[in-house]
Design a protein around this ligand. Structure first.
Ligand code: SAM
Length: 242
């Protein structure tokens, strides 16, 4: 997968995008991440990327031109849609990012992220180029860069070969609509608190059932709305009847 990021702060991506699982995925060739400095697509000597808003008001708005220039260089034209490519604008008005969306984006071959700053991006960029608008939550960040990193971090976990254990991303919270079961590591007893017996049993089926029940309990306790409208599978009904 090739990821391009249009930003006025390309340096923000250096550390986070070259460390840990993301860094290893890049080294393995599963992913390439290329930030592009929007100032390189300006034509004036001050390399200006923003201007005052029409209609007045506080703050500045990101100009359309640098985005148009960069996107034309990367894609040809707005009409040249390519299967497997998505142009995504980070914006508080977008659909809230979810684990399901991360999994879906991991199937793309190319994603171009547009990072806003100031009061946002000239509306004509959205009208002309954008395939999808994503928000990472109901709060206002100073820019789209951190939101982009959040999305990359979540989607990389679904790239085949990016995680050590292929199953891990499928078993995590939200992937099956439930929060994850509690996790423990050694020692078996710590300050009088003991690891639940099924986890120490070495019995795979017992462990699987305990984890499934705990996942339901956790979800009911912390995010009951995730269970709303969910019907129990036959297997889960048997599990709860035991
Ligand atoms: N004036 C805008 C508004 O009220 O909706 C907020 C602009 S914000 C200060 C600057 C940029 O940060 C946005 O253009 C967007 O790219 C990014 N941003 C802010 N909050 C975000 C969020 N919750 N999710 C994704 N991107 C966000």
């Amino acid at each position: 997968m090739n990821i391009h990021i249009l930003t006025i702060f390309p340096e923000m991506f250096q550390g986070p995008m070259s460390s840990s699982i993301i860094g290893r995925a890049c080294q393995k060739g599963l992913l390439s991440i290329e930030p592009h400095n929007l100032r390189d697509y300006t034509k004036d000597k001050h390399r200006q990327v923003d201007d005052t808003p029409y209609g007045g008001g506080a703050g500045m708005v990101m100009k359309a031109e640098p985005f148009f220039e960069a996107l034309t260089e990367l894609t040809g034209s707005p009409k040249q849609k390519k299967v497997g490519r998505k142009i995504i604008m980070l914006t508080p008005q977008g659909a809230t990012f979810t684990q399901k969306k991360a999994q879906e984006l991991a199937t793309m071959s190319e994603i171009i992220f547009l990072c806003g700053r100031y009061e946002g991006i000239d509306e004509r960029v959205r009208q002309t180029w954008v395939d999808e608008e994503i928000s990472i939550g109901d709060y206002i960040l100073t820019g789209g860069e951190l939101a982009t990193m959040v999305i990359i971090d979540a989607l990389v976990r679904f790239l085949p070969g990016a995680l050590g254990d292929e199953m891990s991303a499928q078993e995590e919270s939200f992937s099956d609509g439930l929060l994850e079961y509690p996790q423990y590591t050694k020692p078996a007893t710590w300050q009088g608190m003991t690891v639940p017996a099924p986890l120490l049993s070495g019995h795979h089926e017992q462990i699987r059932k305990w984890r499934r029940k705990e996942a339901f309990k956790r979800t009911y306790q912390f995010r009951p709305e995730l269970l709303r409208g969910r019907s129990l599978s036959i297997e889960d009904q048997i599990l709860f009847a035991e």
